[in-house]
Design a protein around this ligand. Structure first.
Ligand SMILES: O=C1O[C@H](COP(=O)(O)O)[C@@H](O)[C@H](O)[C@H]1O
Length: 255
């Protein structure tokens, strides 16, 4: 398990640009080492800005997108194409722009998909899709990088504070009663998230600073899920100055 490190950028735009550049480098490094790369996407405002920034970078063409697997850390359980689905946002911002292999794009099921309007079945199907891509009998494939937004309440993916999802041992869970709309979701659980080689927590804006500060100060993960995130090789907090306002100075590298 890795110690967390923190990089702070001046504002949300520079943060998105910097994360986009990091993502391209990470995908290139993974392809150089393993012949392929895998990324786990997140939803939310800063994530969409990162995806748009990746799409706008000329260096995006250095990545062989046909050898990139795209997974999601969570999804709002809504019909396919709903503008509030994390998948819809990622497709519009990036996935429809780069030449990915459609077979390597792995969205979480929609509420009008083959799993029907049943989030538990949707979670089970996504777990099966992950296991099918994993080596041997492992439940999960290798994730080179897993990106997370951070909610004002400290939630990551759709793991919310004090929610029963914390006690789910399977890698993918249905979430009912989400405090943030929509109320029904599917999510990777924290143990599944923490199998990723690198986990990047990306946050911008002053409304995120209390949660970010408390997570880095060692809050409990049931109360503050972001505090329970740890990549196997690297845990990186990527923040703008406003989101970093409560981060202890000794943890910051300011850019
Ligand atoms: O609902 C969700 O919210 C979080 C954070 O979103 P933001 O707009 O406040 O950045 C996101 O990370 C998660 O994937 C999403 O489902």
């Amino acid at each position: 398990m890795s110690e967390a490190s923190v990089a702070v950028h001046a504002d949300a735009d520079l943060l998105a640009q910097a994360v986009a550049a990091r993502l391209l480098v990470k995908l290139l490094d993974a392809q150089a080492e393993r012949g392929q790369a895998s990324v786990v996407l997140t939803g939310g405002r800063i994530a969409a800005a990162v995806y748009r920034a990746v799409a706008a970078l000329p260096a995006r063409d250095a990545v062989d997108w046909s050898r990139v697997d795209v997974w999601w850390g969570d999804e709002r359980f809504l019909p396919a194409g709903d503008p509030d689905r994390n998948e819809t946002q990622a497709r519009a911002a990036l996935l429809d722009v780069v030449p990915l292999d459609p077979a390597r794009i792995h969205p979480m099921p929609a509420s009008d998909g083959p799993a029907g309007d049943d989030p538990e079945e949707a979670a089970a199907r996504y777990a099966a899709e992950l296991a099918a891509a994993a080596p041997g009998t492992a439940p999960l494939p290798h994730f080179d990088v897993l990106m997370l937004g951070v909610g004002e309440d400290g939630h990551v993916a759709s793991v919310f504070p004090e929610h029963p999802v914390h006690y789910e041992s399977r890698p993918v869970s249905a979430v009912r009663g989400s405090p943030k709309p929509p109320p029904v979701r599917t999510t990777l659980t924290l143990p599944a998230i923490n199998t990723a080689e690198e986990v990047w927590l990306v946050a911008s804006g002053a409304d995120k600073s209390p949660a970010v500060g408390m997570a880095l100060a060692g809050a409990g993960s049931v109360q503050l899920p972001a505090a329970g995130v740890q990549g196997t090789g690297r845990t990186l907090w990527l923040l703008d100055r406003a989101a970093a306002a409560d981060v202890p100075t000794r943890l910051r590298s300011l850019r």
